[in-house]
Design a protein around this ligand. Structure first.
Ligand code: SAM
Length: 211
């Protein structure tokens, strides 16, 4: 089953079932982005809209993108905000969904499903305004090395999604090659317990100005 089909199926329970990764990321994003001003935002992989309304409260315009119609349908049912436009799109394709550059592009828990980071970073860089920010939060590679993958339960049993491991250096190299400077790197632990494996890693990059 493709990632798109899996998320179309997972949409029915994504919000309802306990999910530490989902909940920790919400907290991480709001902490990292609290002081980042952004008039226009592109949210990649908005899913069921966990972060969309909060992002919309910061901006004049949010373009929320997702591959899965069913995940995005859940988001649309939750909010009808005049400054949010939802669009179904595969972000590994050339970004025809927008003409306008953003102040902030966010990407929460999606890159583990995308094999080629370079394709995404190239487009992020070209759709980000100078000095604009790119926020990423993903399952920490340490978790991936220990076997963690996105998964959900159905009546047919556990469904495990196709995932790709990206090392920390893969993110940093893709950023450096696309005019993105690292501003902040954080590791996020369950219950803030730093004696355990970190669950998530987040990066905040900034697009370098040309002059
Ligand atoms: C784990 S969910 C995260 C949703 C939301 N960002 C959150 O944090 O709850 C991953 C989302 O990425 C979307 N996704 C995966 N691959 C994608 C792609 N190539 N283009 C756009 N969205 C994609 C999935 O459909 C899914 O909604």
């Amino acid at each position: 089953m493709s990632v798109q089909q899996h998320y179309n199926e997972w949409a029915a329970t994504y919000d309802a079932v306990e999910n530490k990764t989902r909940d920790l990321e919400k907290n991480a994003g709001q902490r990292v982005l609290a002081d980042i001003a952004a008039d226009s935002i592109i949210e990649l992989g908005c899913g069921t809209g966990k972060n969309t309304a909060w992002l919309a409260s910061k901006a004049s315009h949010v373009t929320a993108i997702d591959l899965s119609e069913e995940m995005m349908q859940k988001a649309k049912e939750k909010m009808q905000l005049p400054n949010v436009v939802f669009q179904q799109f595969d972000i590994t394709q050339p970004w025809s969904f927008t003409q306008r550059k953003a102040d902030l592009i966010t990407c929460s828990l999606i890159l583990e499903h995308i094999e080629n980071l370079e394709v995404v970073f190239e487009q992020v860089s070209s759709y980000l305004k100078e000095n604009g920010h790119f926020y990423i939060c993903e399952l920490h590679p340490c978790k991936q090395y220990s076997g963690s993958k996105a998964r959900f339960e159905t009546t047919d049993g556990t469904q495990v999604l196709e995932c790709f491991t990206h090392h920390i250096t893969d993110f940093l190299t893709a950023a450096a090659e696309n005019d993105l400077s690292l501003v902040q790197l954080n590791e996020w632990f369950d219950d803030d317990d730093r004696s355990t494996l970190p669950r998530l890693i987040s990066f905040l990059f900034q697009k370098r100005s040309v002059s």
